[in-house]
Unconditional design. Structure first.
Length: 143
């Protein structure tokens, strides 16, 4: 019986040690792959030999009308994140007396955001249920 207890404890200790070493290794790999969340407020650096990037146009209302409510909600937050990144970069460069590259990107993002609100407002107005329509309008105004 003593031998059984000793062998069982040895196995439990070895298992606990291997689990803790695996957890330590996983934590170390996560620490190296982690990034600072504030990095999302800045555009990734490009090398000097990289070509000048081409930025797209703003979304058209006709394109946005084809999208679902969830897709428009996701697109709103993508555009909001892009707007925050651009405004942060603009302020940082302004503080350093440097020129902001591609300033035409900010109006494109704003125009797309206004068009999303327009499409959502159209949908809220067309809603037959007045309670749901009022709720949708409150949500849109909160954006």
């Amino acid at each position: 019986m003593f031998l059984t207890r000793f062998i069982g404890r040895a196995f439990l200790a070895a298992a606990a040690k291997s689990e803790s070493s695996a957890a330590t290794a996983a934590a170390a790999s996560m620490a190296t792959s982690r990034h600072n969340p504030l990095e999302e407020f800045f555009e990734k650096d490009r090398g000097l030999d990289d070509q000048k990037p081409v930025y797209g146009r703003s979304w058209k209302a006709s394109e946005l009308r084809l999208k679902s409510w969830d897709d428009l909600n996701k697109l709103w937050y993508v555009l909001l994140k892009e707007k925050n990144m651009l405004m942060t970069q603009q302020q940082m460069l302004h503080a350093q007396n440097l020129k902001f590259p591609n300033p035409e990107r900010i109006p494109k993002v704003r125009k797309s955001m206004c068009r999303i609100k327009q499409v959502l407002t159209e949908r809220a107005i067309e809603e037959p249920d007045p309670r749901r329509s009022a709720e949708m309008k409150r949500m849109i105004n909160a954006l």
